[in-house]
Design a protein around this ligand. Sequence first.
Ligand code: PRX
Length: 651
Amino acid sequence: MSNTAELYPVPPGFAGPTTIGASEYEREYARSVQDPDGFWGDAAKRLDWFKPPTKIRNVSYDLADFRIRWFEDGELNASVNCLDRHLATRGDKTALIWEGDSPDTEALRISYRDLHARVCRLANALRNLGVGKGDRVTIYLPMIVEAAVAMLACARIGAVHCVVFGGFSPNSIADRVSDCGSKLIITADEGLRGGKRVALKANVDAALKLPGTNTVETVLVVRHTGGAVDMQMPRDRWYDAVVDGQPDTCEPERMNAEDPLFILYTSGSTGKPKGVLHTTGGYLLFASYTHEAVFDLRDEDVYWCTADVGWVTGHSYIVYGPLANAATSLIFEGVPNYPDVSRFWNVIDKHQVTIFYTAPTAIRALMREGEAAVKKTSRSSLRLLGSVGEPINPEAWRWYYEVVGDSRCPIVDTWWQTETGGILISPLPGAIATKPGSATLPFFGVQPALVDADGTVLEGAAAGNLVITDSWPGQMRSVYGDHQRFIDTYFKAYPGSYFTGDGCRRDEDGYYWITGRVDDVINVSGHRIGTAELESALVLHAKVAEAAVVGFPHDIKGQGIYAYVTLKSGEEYSEALRTELVAHVRREIGPTASPDHIQWAPGLPKTRSGKIMRRILRKIAENAPDQLGDTSTLADPSVVDSLVKERYIPN
Ligand code: PRX
């Protein structure tokens, strides 16, 4: 296959005065890897520092002498960079546009001046409640303005925020609260999604009854829907009541560049979700630089990222990157198909969105609904489209380009991870011709490499495991509370490199094509779920003896969850129990973790030493029973035949 056949050049007329062009990309990329200190030292000037850094980079991936430090003698405050420094010239500029779940709810436009005042009032209130530098604060909110305010208020006083996605269950909240020892939780009475209410405060109440959560002293409750909640005094306080009357200025905490900014939990291949720790200087610099360059940001842009602030995309590309760049960032509470499947496109027209950033799963779901729902809207304000979270199949890419973007708007397919803090591989839209399905080339300072299972570096056109051979400022610094787990997870497999957990191909033009996870992580609609978490949730059910979970290809979600379940002896396999187990997993983890299919497995394929052979289970789930490979090492090869016979065959 010729890779150049499907090359989409930069559209003529796309570039503006600040757009990075091809020669600038090449020149700056070369400089960024040859002289990282010079390059990142200059880049650091884009932030406002109380004390500018003189030391730029101090990194060693050598396990005996491991360290990752950027700008280590610099001092700054993230909220000052996102707010205060814009007030003199852009105080009246809209920082946030809020579009509610229902199109009938009046949208809000919050100026930088107003956002600054709101952040300062909450920051003062938090200080009065005894929250200070280094304390952890859990944020469990819907997509409302207060979510951004809460993150920035924590940053202002040096508290470390830990946002928990509003779709997570009480158990998941409790796990995270107890792991990071939160002192305070900010939540709302209820959230709204697609017209349905989500009982956020009730979930927090249930979480705080679970063991390990007694570090929480205060729960602040935003009145959002006005739904009834059970306020437990003195623990629970109305957000408005503590914020009203607070001064609208607040002295920011001087933070070292390497002081923690936030913790965000993400799933790995083993154990419970890890608390990914990001620090202040490098993270903010990288989020803001990538946001400006990858989205070719201009002062007049209206930028909309459809992610939730509960995921890293919401952190870096709804809040920190855009606000550090004085952009206008749209926060959307709702879902793509409510009240109908034109909602995204209607919101684009309503707010004259120029840059739109969403996930392949949403594109595929809307593609299925046909062109008419798109074509009846104008979308003439759009000039750039983005994709994130999972590989985008070329068919969805072309639909996004041709139908949504009317073949006018470049697509930036941005590859990155919670761990990377910001985008590592993506086209710069004015510099790099795109190919459907390829994230194309690395961002400044990012050095990808492909390795085989033995760690041999593969040159030229090749396929292998994706590693990054050097550090970049937005890199995570630790797993909260377990630094050794950080080193073991990412730096042991291929000594001297950061291992991404992704498989990848590089074509003859040097373009990267991410092929998906090579570990036991499933990517469902762009959300990471570990098979180990799903399995431990399933075996918590009284009737389940054993469970093995794998991913399988899913038309809309990218990957679906396929669970093999063995019941305890004497228990009856029934349709009702299948339904009950799905509900059980939703309760334990949250709706994003719902198994798509549960196959009863009276036996699982195991080696003689008792290890489950997932390779075989994956092939059965993929409906590829002719590709099982060698089954001779199994303790009982006959279990495979019955699993193959009973497999789920998509219609
Ligand atoms: O497998 C890759 C996939 O999502 C994983 C990271 O997930 P998470 O930490 O939740 O962050 C998602 C948002 C950045 C990666 O290891 N992934 C993310 N973006 C892409 C992608 N796969 C292919 N193409 C992408 N653009």
